[in-house]
Design a protein around this ligand. Sequence first.
Ligand code: NAP
Ligand code: 8YV
Length: 313
Amino acid sequence: MSAIQILQVGPLAPQTNSTLQERFSAAALWQQADPLAWAREHGGEVRVVVTSARHGCTAALIGALPKLEAIVSFGVGYDSIALDAARARGIQVSNTPDVLNDCVADLAFGLLIDAARGIAHGDRFVRAQRWPQGGFPLTTRVSGKKLGILGLGRIGEIVARRASGFDMEIAYHNRRPRDGAPWRFEGDLKALAAWSDFLVVAVVGGPETAGLVSREVIDALGPKGILVNVSRGSVIDEAAMVEALVEGRLGGAGLDVFRDEPNVPPALLALDNVVLAPHMASGTHETRAAMTALTLQNLEAFLDTGKVLTPVL
Ligand code: NAP
Ligand code: 8YV
């Protein structure tokens, strides 16, 4: 058997797994009983790791692969990849930016509308045959409201564009104002939350943004405010959010991401003002195909030219 040059950390779609195995002779790390021990024993010639935002790449794995030159990841988020360890060794890291913007923004908007208007709640109400016993409670208007965006990046910008179709006032918070953005920059996240009817979180994950949506920010959004998260569960103080929702100090939430996926705080399951989604924002046939294509293009580009196409670093 020739030495392994490409190592796949975790499973992707079955067709992608086959392509990686058949065209690139990739080894399937997740199929090994002790993946790290296996990498240490057999990974001496590995040049490329193929992974995903979900499966990531740890510093220990990088340390086990002395000839690693590139980490090619499916997904735009890189909080699960040990970037410092990669940087220290000059290892390139690629992700799949832009191709998923529309679908993630669409789902953010879907969650916002659902949390405000009670679509999923109404569906449960009808299916439980409660309609004949009385009408559905009034809900919250969406059009013309104030939308705050935490993280006006590639996805956040598309959320803002969707919102302008709903005649919303828009403001955002980043570490710095974004060049050319026509929307109001707010340097204080708590002030943004206090102003907003709806706060959509589309910032990067990782240690720098952990707990950014704090108890104070949640309280500023308040009992009529709705929090939507399509970023990472780590960005929100989840315990404080659950407490605020249970006590009615936060009006509602639409959540695609959680701190300990696939585990969701049990208290949320009983709340009709909360819409829950299983980290599905990029999960359309079209977008997943585009993400797969870009992942393979990054891999091919690295093998052909020594450079990935869409580097994170
Ligand atoms: P992006 O273009 O890099 O945008 C991220 C934004 O976050 C930037 O505007 C950045 O502005 C801001 N930001 C970064 N650190 C910050 C901080 N400490 N405080 C305030 N703002 C900060 O990323 P993207 O492509 O839009 O993706 C955003 C995230 O969405 C990904 O990282 C991923 O975690 C998540 N995502 C989730 C799904 C899903 O399925 N739910 C799918 C795709 C992506 P500054 O640099 O000016 O601060
Ligand atoms: C993916 C994501 O579904 O791109 C990201 O950062 O979170 C999602 O698009 C998933 O994490 C891929 O593994």
